[in-house]
Design a binder for this molecule. Structure first.
Ligand SMILES: C[S@@+](CC[C@H](N)C(=O)[O-])C[C@H]1O[C@@H](n2cnc3c(N)ncnc32)[C@H](O)[C@@H]1O
Length: 355
């Protein structure tokens, strides 16, 4: 009996390990999104579509499609509602391209950056051996060089960042009053989506995005769409060069985690120098507790993502405080921006506090 129980326990462990390590399931979700299946099903009469019609509309082989949708039904994403009819479950609804969480975008293998991003993960052992970005061993350039060399990839990267920025910008606009701030520089602000969302909600604010020239070249359309073009401008320049000086606040959103400590401190110091003794530096990043037992799953996963893609890292509050010290800044508050681990860290000049 004892032995049987031991074998049984072993089996359940093996099943758990198989579920964790099997690539067919995550790839089935990516394939469904890439083929547009969730949207096509949702667009069927009363949200139901026959498999034959789904095959025709998605340009796929009916038998192979049936096998894929059967696995997705097993996962609880699709349900069979009549012989050969498919409907999205509540879980499957989150895979539609219109869903606010934008999961579909992050799975779509038709997107150049998402495809490259996923292609780096099998090279994880390279990162663990070298401590650097696996992106470089796969593409023989770092991420920023790859983007500079390929317009389509760079446009796709900026679009992906704008998806995050759209969600975070809305949260950030509502998290603080912004009343003591008249001007903001969003450093590494991508194509301006996050700044546009903040300016739209706070009509007294003016803002500037500093990012690489191709990336800020895509901002005009976003500022126009948000109706903030008269209060927003761009500077196409590396953030390792001097930043436009004298603004009330400098924002760094999902920038510091892209860089190892030396470079991250340099970027923060650039903001501290530009804002002088009176301004603020506002950082949005994950604030993690990687030493926790167990450390939160999302944090450890994102930390690996930063390592593989750019040789960066997620940081604890103490590590951010130490980075600030190096840059002549004092960490004055940490505010959670929601359950996904993003936090707003407010820094001010050390001189400001001692006056
Ligand atoms: C992870 S993205 C974050 C973008 C934006 N802050 C957001 O939250 O969506 C990092 C940004 O840093 C920019 N970047 C990378 N190296 C840079 C450099 N040397 N100078 C200026 N921007 C840079 C990239 O172009 C990209 O827009």
């Amino acid at each position: 009996m004892k032995e049987e129980a031991a074998v049984g326990a072993g089996r359940s462990e093996v099943r758990r390990l198989a579920e964790m390590s099997n690539l067919y399931t995550p790839w089935s979700l990516r394939t469904a999104v890439t083929l547009g299946l969730p949207d096509l099903i949702a667009e069927g009469p009363e949200g139901v579509l026959g498999i034959e019609e789904l095959g025709e509309r998605s340009g796929t082989d009916i038998d192979a499609l049936r096998r894929l949708t059967r696995h997705l039904a097993n996962l609880g994403l699709f349900e069979e509602v009549r012989p050969d009819g498919l409907r999205l479950t509540e879980l499957g609804e989150a895979l539609r391209s219109s869903h606010p969480a934008k999961m579909a975008h992050f799975l779509d293998q038709g997107d150049a950056f998402i495809r490259s991003n996923d292609a780096v993960i099998p090279a994880m052992a390279d990162s663990i051996r070298t401590g650097g970005a696996a992106w470089e061993s796969v593409f023989e350039k770092n991420l920023w060089e790859s983007l500079a060399a390929d317009q389509a990839l760079s446009a796709s990267f900026d679009r992906t960042m704008s998806q995050h920025a759209d969600i975070l910008g809305r949260r950030l606009a509502g998290t603080r009053e912004w009343t003591e701030v008249g001007s903001v520089v969003d450093v590494g602000g991508g194509s301006g989506q996050l700044l546009a969302n903040i300016l739209r909600e706070h009509a007294h604010l003016k803002g500037t995005v500093v990012d690489l020239p191709d990336t800020v070249g895509r901002a005009a359309e976003i500022f126009d769409a948000a109706g903030v073009s008269d209060r927003a401008d761009v500077v196409g320049r590396s953030f390792f060069e001097p930043l436009p000086a004298g603004a009330d606040a400098y924002l760094l959103v999902h920038v510091l985690h892209n860089w190892p400590t030396g470079e991250a401190a340099k970027i923060l110091r650039g903001c501290a120098e530009a804002t002088g003794a009176t301004g603020k530096v506002l950082v949005v990043d994950q604030v993690v507790d990687l030493e926790g037992h167990p450390a939160p799953f999302v944090s450890t996963q994102r930390d690996l993502c930063m390592l593989l893609m750019v040789g960066g890292q997620e940081r604890t509050a103490a590590e951010f405080e130490a980075l600030g010290e190096e840059a002549g800044l004092r960490l004055v508050s940490v505010t959670s921006l929601g359950p996904d681990g993003n936090s707003l860290l407010e820094f001010e000049s050390r001189e400001q506090r001692s006056r």
